[in-house]
Design a protein around this ligand. Structure first.
Ligand code: ARG
Length: 427
């Protein structure tokens, strides 16, 4: 009789490789792995597939999700200027619902009654996976081996792997950080970063050049993996233009590209200029504060540019309401509510605001900074005639007197009856 099946979100790293074995041995399940490519730095997905097959899985599906991630998830994140607690651009929170959707699809394809993930019981990602799975198919069961097993730390997992013939990546005990990355950036936690007072060591960053090491300072020995050598870093400002159509980035420096290409191009330009590092403490859904470091060069660049274009294209009252709802959007997504009625309704609002967000933004990168230095749009609401202080302005300054008279009427009434100089206040 064939065994029951489970579909596992598999990254090929130590955690999920141990999960494969544990699901086979402890739960007596046939495992199908799903390995999503959402633009993570790590290559060698074919080797990871082979590793899973060697562990005896029924199948390992490697899916290239970069365009779906960009078009369905990042487009919405840009429209909503996504920044949880006004600081974190939600990179992990954006990929989990897409990976969960793939788990559900593959579970249906294989007739598996359950799915599994390798998230810990302390983080947000478990909630995001499971909330998404429940929203897409409430009948599916979810297994979270890391919450169930007794392997308390990485060395325990390494020992388990050795004992069960699971190949252990070289240096598995040495890497002190927990990394999650995709097109939208890299999240780095654990190790010395758990002390919020200690400065992040230089070697945690691989996407952004350290501004201290740019050529205007003495080059230092460093441990950069992905970014240019300091001597190759530009010592003059870099100007970049980003074009948007209805809120969606469509071109960089005049070159039309699909969104995934734009994000990759901007990760490079801003990363090379040392822009896009965050060191912050955020509030996890499970109730604890956690210190996180992020490299999000392309994400921060796109959000900065997009906001600048909205400033001229979105009517003032609408913009003020949008800014408030952006926080609600980011909180919903952070909390795993990607597939929810609230998030759907907020998306509809955001989409409506983007109809006229078409135009170009010019950015200047230098020494770890990114400044907006120009914006233009065929739908710009910026009216030079109204704004100028020149003699030929079209703004009727005399009309302001009547406006202030009416606008302050309520305040004056309050001042007379209850305000600081009123009889009531003197009494
Ligand atoms: N704190 C971030 C979030 O909840 C990042 C989590 C990244 N996960 C990781 N395994 N390092 O979205």
């Amino acid at each position: 009789m064939s065994k029951e099946k489970v579909v596992l979100a598999y990254s090929g790293g130590l955690d999920t490789s141990v999960c494969v074995k544990w699901l086979q041995d402890e739960k007596n399940l046939d495992v199908v792995c799903v390995c999503g490519n959402v633009g993570q730095e790590e290559t060698g997905l074919d080797a990871k597939k082979q590793k899973a097959l060697d562990l005896g899985v029924l199948d390992c599906q490697v899916l290239d999700l970069r365009d779906e991630f960009s078009d369905e998830f990042l487009t919405k994140a840009i429209a909503a200027n996504s920044m949880y607690e006004n600081k974190y651009p939600l990179l992990s929170a954006l990929s989990r619902p897409l990976l969960a959707k793939k788990l559900v699809e593959v579970a249906h394809e294989f007739g598996a009654p359950s799915v599994a993930h390798g998230c810990t019981g302390k983080g947000n990602d478990q909630v995001r996976f499971e909330a998404a799975v429940k929203a897409l198919d409430p009948e599916l069961k979810v297994i979270a081996p890391v919450r169930e097993w007794d392997l308390k730390c990485r060395p325990d997992e390494v020992a388990y792997a050795h004992a069960h013939n699971v190949p252990v990546p070289e240096g598995a005990n040495d890497n002190p950080y927990s990394i999650d990355d995709n097109l939208w950036g890299r999240a780095i936690e654990c190790g010395v970063l758990e002390d919020p007072w200690s400065e992040p060591p230089a070697d945690i960053y691989t996407m952004t050049t350290d501004p201290e090491k740019a050529p205007w300072n003495e080059p230092l020995d460093d441990a950069w993996v992905m970014t240019k050598n300091p001597e190759d870093t530009p010592d003059t400002p870099t100007y970049t233009e980003i074009e948007f159509e209805a809120g969606k980035p469509v071109a960089v420096d005049g070159k039309k590209m699909k969104l995934s290409g734009i994000v990759i191009a901007l990760n490079k330009i801003s990363g090379d200029n040392g822009f896009g590092r965050l060191d912050l403490v955020e509030d996890r859904l499970v109730g604890l504060k956690s210190r996180e470091c992020y490299e999000v060069p392309g994400a921060l660049t796109l959000i900065t540019a997009h906001k600048a274009l909205e400033d001229i294209c979105v009517e003032g009252d609408l913009l003020k309401t949008k800014i408030k709802l952006e926080q609600d959007w980011a909180t919903a997504v952070y909390n795993g509510q990607w597939y929810s009625p609230l998030k759907n309704a907020l998306d509809a609002f955001m989409a409506d605001t983007q109809k006229f967000v078409t135009g170009t933004v010019r950015l200047k990168f230098f020494k770890g900074n990114c400044h907006v230095v120009g914006r233009k749009s065929p739908f710009s609401l910026y009216d030079y005639g109204l704004a100028t202080y020149d003699r030929d302005t079209t703004f009727d300054e005399k009309a302001s007197a009547g406006f202030i008279e009416i606008d302050t009427l309520s305040l004056k009434t309050w001042a007379k009856v209850q305000g600081p100089s009123s009889a009531a206040a003197q009494a």
